[in-house]
Design a protein. Structure first.
Length: 341
């Protein structure tokens, strides 16, 4: 194709992009939701035209023209959204965090599924063959019984075990998040091992006749704690998927966008882990009884997931939002809105 034909063929798209940039005037939040999406598509098209022009028509004025147009488009597309007053930290805590949790249900379901399946397999293993299953239980979690699969739960060992499990789950939550940088494989490995270990430990203890004691120790803080772990795991999986399938973006850019969302998930989840720690410190070992311990644990878990379902709904936000789940006031970028699938 000759350069003149190329220009005639693509002129309409370039002119439309230029007109959109003119209406935005450096502030893409002035555009309506559908115009923002169109801006993103026009920008990607112009960027592809620029790559083609550089290869086929080096030195031609059309290359300089496209370089200017794409440069202007990049600034507009990747500018931070400023739709009205920023919601700030309070807005994120009240709404943004919950939308972040709920906006990728497939990854959240996968995270919960990996945890449940690995824990179930570990529990069965611990019941059927405690001597072998104890091998996946770290030394710090084992009691003073024989090496054939005994896990002590007497006196101070009970409180120590509960505290160590809480500390372990906090640690692996951050490992699961960081494992996303290994294309999600690190996240999957950490989750499978942690679920297998917790399940095996529970199976061994249940086989020794102390299942009710373990439930009373772990359920008050464990339901909320494992919920937080699943959210951190989902954050890691999201980062991993950004590397595996970045869509129209370069992998580095897709990872940056998804990593920022994942960090928001981890930071928003941290206070709930603190709450789980407080419950572990003040409720565990207080002798409330199994019924009340289960009621506390299930109640905290129900409260957390109830907030996810209630506040995580992708409904229209204030200030003329498009209702897109990524558009969380000052917490999102127009780049995400325009280029995310």
């Amino acid at each position: 194709m000759k350069v003149a034909s190329f220009v005639v063929d693509r002129e309409g798209s370039w002119s439309e992009l230029s007109a959109s940039l003119g209406r935005a005037g450096g502030r893409p939040e002035r555009l309506r939701g559908e115009e923002v999406l169109r801006l993103g598509r026009l920008y990607r098209s112009a960027a592809a035209d620029l790559a083609l022009a550089r290869r086929r028509y080096p030195g031609d004025p059309v290359v300089t023209r496209l370089e200017t147009l794409v440069s202007q488009g990049r600034v507009a597309v990747y500018a931070r959204a400023q739709r009205g007053p920023r919601e700030g930290l309070a807005g994120f805590v009240a709404r943004g965090y919950w939308r972040r949790v709920a906006e990728r249900p497939v990854f959240l379901a996968l995270a919960l599924g990996l945890l449940v399946v690995s824990s179930g397999l570990g529990f069965s293993w611990g019941l059927d063959d405690p001597g072998a299953a104890v091998g996946v239980v770290p030394e710090g979690f084992r009691g003073s019984g024989p090496e054939s699969g005994d896990v002590g739960l007497g006196g101070g060992e009970s409180a120590q075990l509960s505290s160590e499990i809480f500390t372990n789950n906090v640690r692996v939550s951050f490992l699961a998040f960081a494992g996303g940088l290994l294309a999600g494989l690190g996240t999957v490995a950490v989750t499978l091992y942690n679920g297998l270990f917790l399940g095996a430990l529970s199976g061994i203890v249940t086989g020794q006749g102390d299942g009710a004691v373990l439930l009373e120790l772990l359920v008050p803080h464990g339901v909320l704690e494992l919920s937080c772990f699943a959210v951190a795991e989902a954050a890691g999986l999201r980062m991993g998927w950004a590397l595996v399938s970045p869509g129209p973006l370069p992998r580095a850019r897709a990872l940056v966008i998804e990593a920022r969302r994942a960090v928001e998930l981890v930071l928003g989840t941290a206070p709930w882990l603190v709450l789980a720690g407080l419950v572990e410190g003040f409720v565990t070992g207080s002798g409330l009884g199994l019924t009340l311990a289960v009621a506390i644990g299930v109640g905290l878990g129900a409260a957390y997931w109830g907030l996810v379902l209630w506040l995580g709904r992708p409904g229209p936000a204030s200030g003329g939002s498009t209702g897109d789940p990524y558009e969380l006031g000052g917490w999102s970028t127009r780049a995400e809105l325009a280029t995310s699938p």
